[in-house]
Design a protein around this ligand. Structure first.
Ligand SMILES: Nc1ncnc2c1ncn2[C@@H]1O[C@H](COP(=O)(O)OP(=O)(O)OP(=O)(O)O)[C@@H](O)[C@H]1O
Ligand SMILES: [Mg+2]
Length: 299
């Protein structure tokens, strides 16, 4: 007959092995990707160039990065990457392709999904098709550490859907007053639905860091005072000829001009983004969560 002490030892051993198991479960790498939507109020402020070059820089820093081109108007991530894309989302929707088959190889290990007509079709799907697509898209959580979504500009429902669905948003503006007022209008619209959105500001095409800081401070002051949202400073990119020269020859500037100012700025932005990980990753929603929110918006 077992005595009390033996029973107790058994219970303690069970507890020990249970806590070992749960520790190894907690320590296992999370399959959730960090989903970041890149957007702007005004068009042509440099979203696609930022998305592509930042993706490459993050990949060089050891991140697994996927770029999704969600620009309904002018999908051109592949053009800036300098890679022709064979497939796009509509191949998953219409032609039964698996999501992993349509992931295109970009430079430096970055992978991307081309927009094409696929994003427009996403909006027309019935519930069954949507569920099917979402399940396929959910696989991307296991494929990437960071998913960057390049959107079009402005306050259209489509752009806002992607902004609302992502936990983190990179908002791009230039120093032009029209770009700043359009950025403000976008922040105001975002805040109506989500007053806790993590909005990270990038000021593009500035003359110097003073100009960038000045814009951030002013924009932050009015958004805090009138909208109650505090923006996070992600960084700035100088107005740099290397950017337009690289667009012309379809080669990302971080690869083509490794020492130019814009490349240094992108490196700083990538570092801040990864530093911010410890704070923003708490309760990271992952791509599955993103896609759930997106489906609620579309349905
Ligand atoms: N830092 C920069 N310095 C110089 N030129 C720049 C810079 N950033 C962007 N540009 C110029 O602005 C153009 C537009 O950039 P981009 O296509 O990235 O903007 P966008 O916001 O994605 O535009 P859209 O709203 O049409 O999608 C580029 O082709 C380039 O010539
Ligand atoms: Mg663009």
């Amino acid at each position: 007959m077992r005595d009390q002490a033996e029973k107790l030892r058994e219970i303690i051993n069970d507890i020990k092995s249970y806590s070992k198991q749960s520790a190894s479960i907690t320590a296992a790498p999370t399959p959730e990707a960090r989903v970041i939507t890149v957007t702007s109020g005004k068009g042509g402020v440099g979203k696609t160039n930022l998305t592509v070059n930042l993706a490459i820089k993050l990949s060089q820093m050891g991140m697994r990065v996927i770029v999704i081109d969600a620009d309904l108007g002018l999908a051109n991530v592949d053009v800036i990457m300098g890679k022709m894309s064979k497939y796009n989302l509509s191949d998953v929707i219409k032609n039964g392709k698996d999501i992993l088959e349509i992931l295109e190889e970009g430079p430096c290990g970055v992978r991307f999904i081309s927009g094409g007509s696929g994003v427009q079709e996403l909006i027309k799907l019935n519930k069954m098709q949507l569920v099917d697509l979402l399940m396929k898209l959910g696989k991307l959580d296991y494929e990437a550490d960071i998913i960057l979504i390049d959107t079009g500009a402005g306050l259209s429902d489509n752009v806002l859907s992607f902004v609302h669905a992502a936990k983190e948003v990179i908002l791009v503006t230039t120093p032009e007053p029209t770009a700043i007022t359009d950025a403000y209008a976008l922040i105001k619209t975002i805040s109506l639905k989500d007053s806790y959105k993590d909005i990270k500001l990038v000021v593009n095409r500035v003359e110097n860091d003073k100009e960038a800081n000045n814009i951030l401070e002013k924009l932050n002051m009015v958004t805090e005072k009138f909208i109650g949202i505090k923006l996070h400073r992600l960084g700035y990119i100088l107005n740099d000829n290397c950017v337009s020269k690289s667009v012309k020859i379809q080669q990302p500037f971080v690869l083509n001009y490794t020492k130019c100012e814009a490349t240094k700025n992108i490196t700083d932005i990538a570092n801040i983004l990864l530093d911010a990980e410890s704070t923003t990753m708490a309760g990271s929603s992952g791509f599955k969560m993103f896609i759930n929110k997106l489906s609620n918006i579309f349905s």
